[in-house]
Design a protein around this ligand. Structure first.
Ligand SMILES: Nc1ncnc2c1ncn2[C@@H]1O[C@H](COP(=O)(O)OP(=O)(O)OP(=O)(O)O)[C@@H](O)[C@H]1O
Ligand SMILES: [Mg+2]
Length: 372
């Protein structure tokens, strides 16, 4: 069942259009993450769902109701912001219950709901404290608790973890995932952090400049980026993107010439999607370029070439290897690493099954649509 439906949503600020006709269907109990660089329109989109911004065009439905002109309080949503906006003079208990009190829920009901939220979020011991006496993570939990007590159809989160330090952010990420498992409400979550997006989302929506670039499960988007933007935005370390040209291999096949006289065959699955003379961007994830003997996958089609590794970053279970192809920096990965001292020339295996080919003119994946 569709819970939130955006149809051709636009947003103008004066003359300037910042959201350009977004279509998105979000299912009941789905966890959807909007991700993209700063200024791409994530918060604006979320705030339009919340009713905190008017839409300039299109239709928003929550459940089967058009909510275009409904005020936020009538949309049955709860929003959690980056700055938790707790009432400083109220205890945790009162912060949790305040919204319900204002909405004139009966006292017994408020107590029950507040206790339930406190239990879900492990706030029991903190109920009589003031916000000033809480850690950042605890405050964040109270902010989420305030959203939970209202038992909304839809939770809207705007960068709720970005004020927390790195370690706490990872912990709270898990908390939010647990929360979703437990309450199973629909969640629309905004972040500019692609790792957060990948780890939390059932489906991830990648935005750029007020458009949606791609929608899909995290793994689908990782493995099938529609264009160079999505390819480089999703994944860490980022995808290497190298300029190449499609040439005949002198027989019946095609190959791609990269800089430094590196030539790779066109992978079988892409053969009918490129043509001789085409300028191509070859996307290679560091995981798919591994020194011989230090890879993981039992790969199908591969090709190998030598690279001079100038810098290595040991991370324990793997080492990131830095090199160049032509003028471009490239990164590979060494699994089951051994120490690398100084510059070293290594033979890398490239998994042809896992490289991505983009048309250099359009930036689009040559395999086309790639919808999930
Ligand atoms: N009140 C406003 N008046 C004019 N322009 C605005 C206003 N609010 C946002 N914008 C513009 O709309 C665009 C989208 O902003 P939005 O806040 O949605 O971005 P975002 O994706 O949430 O970015 P961030 O990751 O930095 O929070 C930006 O170019 C921004 O400058
Ligand atoms: Mg924002």
């Amino acid at each position: 069942m569709t819970e939130v439906s955006l149809q051709k949503i636009t947003k103008n600020y004066g003359q300037l259009e910042v959201v350009h006709g977004i279509d998105l269907e979000i299912s009941h109990s789905e966890f959807v993450v909007l991700v993209g660089p700063s200024g791409c329109g994530k918060s604006t989109t979320l705030r339009m769902i919340a009713g905190l911004e008017e839409i300039s065009g299109g239709t928003i439905k929550i459940g089967d109701k058009v909510v275009n002109n409904l005020p936020p309080r009538d949309r049955n949503i709860s929003m959690v912001f980056q700055n938790y906006a707790l009432y400083p003079h109220m205890s945790v208990r009162d912060n949790l219950g305040f919204g319900l009190k204002i909405a004139k829920h009966p006292e017994a009901e408020i107590v029950k709901r507040v206790e339930n939220a406190a239990e879900i979020l492990g706030l029991g011991m903190l109920m009589d404290r003031l916000p000033a006496a809480l850690s950042g993570g605890q405050r964040q939990r109270v902010a989420m608790g305030r959203a939970i007590v209202r038992n909304p159809d839809v939770f809207l989160f705007d960068e709720p973890l970005s004020n927390l330090d790195a370690k706490l952010r990872v912990q709270m990420r898990t908390e939010i995932k647990k929360l979703h498992k437990r309450v199973n409400n629909t969640i629309v979550y905004v972040t500019h952090d692609q790792v957060e997006a990948m780890t939390l989302a059932d489906r991830i929506v990648i935005m750029r400049d007020g458009h949606i670039e791609q929608v899909g499960t995290p793994l689908h988007v990782f493995e099938n980026p529609v264009n160079t933007f999505v390819g480089s935005f999703i994944g860490s370390p980022p995808m290497n993107q190298l300029d190449g040209k499609v040439l005949s291999d002198g027989k019946s096949g095609l190959q791609i010439a990269l800089a430094d006289n590196i030539v790779i065959p066109v992978p079988t699955r892409a053969r009918n999607h490129v043509s001789e003379g085409q300028d191509i961007i070859v996307g290679i994830r560091p995981d798919d370029m591994t020194p011989i003997g230090h890879g993981m996958r039992d790969d199908g089609e591969t090709v190998s070439f030598d690279l001079m590794v100038s810098i290595s970053e040991p991370l324990g279970t793997e080492t990131i290897l830095f090199s160049t192809i032509g003028a471009k920096d490239v990164q590979g990965k060494m699994l089951n690493p051994r120490p690398i001292v100084g510059d070293e020339r290594l033979t890398f295996n490239l998994s042809l099954d896992r490289i991505h080919l983009f048309d250099a003119g359009t930036g689009n994946n040559v395999l086309g649509g790639l919808d999930d």
